[in-house]
Design a binder for this molecule. Structure first.
Ligand SMILES: *Cc1c(COP(=O)(O)O)cnc(C)c1O
Length: 463
């Protein structure tokens, strides 16, 4: 299978090259030239199989023979053996027709582990084969950095630089990155927002000189392998609730829209998903886009759910590309104008296509707190603020015939301050996170400036 850019001006590449590059040279995002599909029978056969088995089957459709099937299967087994729950992504019921999929049983207690544990093994394998090394530059709104550091630390062929917005992530989130002692890890507190970090990353990735010098790559959800790995739990959870014979809906707490787009991928592959509810916090660019047809950037506001404090949702470009019938030139034009003017008017047919699947909803800070409290009072369960945004959106959604699967993207232990404020109790910290508080931290401070980051990355790579 070949991968093409959403901006239509880069040569098609194979899976391995798409994964190693992250962003396409024309600034677009890679998508497969054609979408693979499962038959109803193939989806039905996922019932009762292990998570790693389903992951192997789904990912294999995109790898398309570039990695031997048994090697891929071993990678999936090893990746999901790092999760502490035997189901990997367990499903619990919280209301009639409402189920929570717990995506946070991996090493850094957030759903980013699901994709990152696999991505680290995929890239290790292909780097070793090609006798290559890479430098990952990572922009994190809090959880990607921790998951990436957990997945890549100590790996021989990879250096990693994790940039996070200084003071805008939780202490536990920061410590998952900054307490790593391995030589191949560097952390940078950037004086700016996540959007600043992501803009620097995108500029760095389109700097051919830097790319060549250090083997620059990205593990943000602009990397297509992440999307593929995240589409897996749409299949496992939907099948557990009766798919493919019964449609399901999802409620997804959204920031960069990687998770939301992974659901679109699963649907395109044949999973009967009736609706994907895109739940945002006050940074509601996505919710407004689906509601009004205008994708317009606001200013970033700090909320209780910092991993979603984003006003430029990278993966929206992938959806836009599909919605304009894969017109790369039109997509390139739209996102170039977004960069300049901060706005895109979504063409009416494209908006109609998006609305066949997506519905946007903004959840306020007050509603988020009330949802954490009500869930605790009614079920005894503690949910984190990101999950609460999706639970609240589920509760507001009316007249859905299908059961709704709410993606729970982080353990409450990752946001103890926010949870304590609301329910007056501190969530139990899983064993693997207990040591973090006592460990020394190691990170550097840099301005939100491309030249400064570039010099830092070059120095780290010894160039
Ligand atoms: C990253 C993240 C999100 C947002 O996911 P996107 O794929 O960027 O939309 C939501 N919740 C948590 C806890 C996250 O870490």
């Amino acid at each position: 299978m070949r991968y093409i850019s959403t901006r239509g001006a880069s040569p098609a590449v194979g899976f391995v090259d798409a994964v190693l590059a992250g962003l396409a040279p024309d600034g677009g995002l890679y998508v497969p030239e054609t979408w693979p599909a499962f038959t109803q029978g193939e989806i039905a056969a996922f019932a009762g199989r292990s998570y790693a088995h389903v992951a192997t089957e789904v990912v294999a459709r995109f790898v398309d023979g570039e990695i031997p099937h048994d090697v891929l299967s071993d990678m999936c087994e090893a990746a999901y053996a790092t999760f502490t729950h035997p189901a990997v992504v367990p499903l619990t019921q919280i209301a009639p027709g409402g189920f929570i999929a717990e995506l946070f049983h991996g090493p850094s207690l957030a759903f980013k582990d699901v994709a990152m544990q696999l991505l680290a093994r995929l890239s290790d394998h292909v780097l070793a084969l090609g006798n290559r090394t890479q430098t990952i530059l990572c922009a994190t709104s809090g959880d990607t950095g921790g998951a990436a550091v957990e997945a890549f630390r100590g790996r021989a062929n990879t250096r990693i630089v994790a940039m996070f917005p200084d003071g805008r992530i939780s202490e536990v989130q920061r410590r998952f990155m900054t307490t790593a002692t391995e030589d191949n890890v560097r952390c940078v507190a950037v004086d700016g927002t996540f959007d600043d970090c992501q803009a620097i990353l995108k500029t760095a990735l389109s700097d051919e000189g830097l790319k060549q010098a250090v083997g620059l790559s990205a593990v943000n959800s602009i990397n297509f392998a992440r999307i593929v790995a995240q589409s897996v739990y749409y299949f496992t959870t939907a099948v557990a609730l009766g798919a493919p014979y019964r449609p399901v809906a999802f409620s997804v707490p959204s920031g960069n829209f990687g998770d939301g787009f992974a659901g679109y991928v699963a649907k395109t592959m044949g999973l009967p998903i009736s609706t994907i509810l895109v739940a945002t916090n006050a940074n509601d660019i996505l919710a407004r886009a689906f509601q009004t047809g205008r994708y317009t950037r606001g200013s970033v506001q700090a909320t209780q759910s910092p991993a979603m404090d984003i006003q430029s949702a990278s993966n929206f470009e992938r959806l836009y590309f599909e919605a304009v019938q894969r017109d790369g030139l039109e997509t390139g034009r739209a996102f170039a104008s977004f960069l300049e003017a901060g706005a895109i008017d979504i063409p009416p047919q494209a908006l109609a296509h998006m609305r066949e699947t997506f519905q946007g909803m903004m959840i306020s800070e007050g509603e988020t707190s009330r949802t954490i409290l009500a869930t605790f009072n009614e079920t005894g369960g503690i949910i984190d603020p990101h999950t609460a945004v999706a639970v609240c959106a589920f509760q507001r959604m009316r007249n859905l015939a299908a059961p709704v699967i709410i993606l729970s993207t982080a353990s409450p232990a990752k946001f103890p301050e926010a949870v304590l404020d609301v329910i007056g109790e501190t969530p139990v910290v899983p064993r693997k996170a207990r040591g973090l508080a006592g460990k020394p931290e190691r990170f550097d401070h840099l301005p939100a400036d491309m030249a400064a980051i570039k010099a830092y990355v070059l120095a780290f790579a010894g160039k």
